[in-house]
Write a protein that binds this ligand. Structure first.
Ligand code: PLP
Length: 408
């Protein structure tokens, strides 16, 4: 008899975006003529840039020849991409990495979900709240998160990020084994300054904490003083694993490519106190469970770093950040409290009278025919907020703002 992993049964069966879709569909059925505009989607809408598609075409052509054919590649990614990543994403920031510390993947979701396999099931975990749901759910599946009660998992330490604390999480007043940080943040769109991030690295060094740092939105940072990588902070190489994604950077949500940095110095302890480097463990894990990202996707990613690629990607990001600016200024002029959207493609909106997130979501849908994402779906501290994304077209964004003006 096969016994099921019962931890899976603890997961709420309602996945946030499926719930949103269900409610939007119900609305469309009862209002067949309504033209619904979505600011809820987390997916990009602009096409791949020419530098990327040209590289992909070239890679496909190579694959049609016996000399250019690529079958299984290195599990860790092709050296050409790992070296390019180091040269462009890290060296200019004074960060020196070895190609063996870069692991190319099929996007950050897999690795942010899988990385917890490297540590024992009974570590304590801390998350900023609200947060990208993958971090907690992947820990639930392995039994590390405990039981859920009133939207909180019993073994998870929640570090609230709200308007009251300016979205700056407080350091825990006790030891936590593993902490997930995501900056620029999904869903709040807020960032951490170097000073604030340094506090986390110092906390980790002092408490022997491992940080999983998700930098999926770093390309959206506009302010030159905001760190793009946790390794900009001294000591972080000993305590942090970092995740990057080309999904929002260059429209790779359908192409699938990103990378994870596991520095050689980062270690965890055995029960009897022996230090174990995590880099070789992650390499071993990837070689066993992952057969690499496609050659075509890796050539596409490499093209992002060419002068034309950089220019084109910058343009697409500027396009979305234009939407963010439009949303921020319209919503602010309506007297609403708006956060994020300056160094990230997300706007975090406080509901006007402290209304429940889902209630405000429904009001917006039924009165303005605009879709947002209820903040409480990202964690208990998201209650009373909704998330709007900047990933739509200019036209949809402008239309949504006109409707909100009329409604609010
Ligand atoms: N991390 C964060 C914070 C995200 O918001 C997302 C996607 O929305 C991901 C990681 C995963 O991105 P991908 O798997 O497309 O690289």
């Amino acid at each position: 008899m096969a016994l099921v992993n019962e931890h899976f049964l603890k997961l709420p069966d309602n996945y946030l975006f499926a719930d949103v879709a269900k409610k939007v569909n119900a609305f469309k059925v009862s209002h067949p003529n309504a033209n619904v505009v979505s600011l809820g989607i987390g997916d990009v809408t602009q096409p791949l840039c020419p530098a990327v598609t040209e590289a992909m075409h070239r890679a496909v052509d190579e694959m049609t020849t016996p000399e250019g054919f690529h079958g299984y590649g290195p599990e860790q990614g092709y050296p050409f991409l790992r070296e390019t990543i180091i040269k462009h994403d890290f060296l200019p920031r004074g960060i020196h990495l070895d190609p063996s510390e870069i692991f190319v993947n099929d996007g950050a979701k897999s690795d942010t979900g899988n990385i917890q396999e490297l540590v024992r099931w009974d570590n304590s975990i801390g998350v900023t709240d609200p947060i990208y749901p993958v971090y907690i759910d992947s820990n639930v599946m392995i039994g590390r998160a405990g039981e859920i009660k009133d939207g909180r998992w019993s073994n998870v330490i929640y570090m609230p990020c709200t308007a009251e604390n300016h979205f700056i999480p407080q350091l825990p007043n006790h030891r936590v084994d593993i902490i997930y940080l995501c900056y620029p943040n999904n869903p709040t769109g807020t960032v951490l300054s170097k000073e604030e991030l340094r506090k986390w690295v110092n906390y980790a060094l002092k408490n022997d904490t491992l940080i999983f740092y998700d930098a999926a939105y770093e390309a959206y940072i506009q302010d030159p003083d905001i760190p793009h990588s946790i390794y900009e902070i001294k000591g972080a190489r000993k305590v942090a694993i970092e995740f990057h994604s080309y999904s929002k950077t260059a429209g790779f949500t359908g192409v699938r490519c990103g990378y994870t940095v596991v520095p050689k110095e980062v270690t965890a302890s055995t029960l009897d106190g022996k230090r174990v480097a995590l880099n070789p463990l992650w390499y071993r894990r990837q070689c066993t469970k992952f057969n690499g990202t496609s050659y075509i996707s890796q050539r596409a990613a490499e093209a992002i770093y060419t002068p034309e690629g950089k220019e084109q990607v910058k343009k697409a990001i500027a396009y979305y950040m234009d939407n963010a600016r439009t949303m921020r200024s319209t919503l602010t002029s309506l007297g609403l409290k708006v956060f994020g959207g300056e160094n990230a493609p997300y706007i975090w909106l406080k509901t006007p009278k402290g209304e429940d997130s889902w209630r405000f979501f429904e009001q917006m849908l039924y009165n303005a025919h605009v879709v947002c994402t209820p903040g409480v779906g990202f964690g208990p501290s998201g209650q009373g907020y909704v998330r709007l994304t900047a990933f739509g077209s200019h036209e949809d964004c402008a239309e949504a703002m006109e409707r909100l003006k009329k409604w609010i």
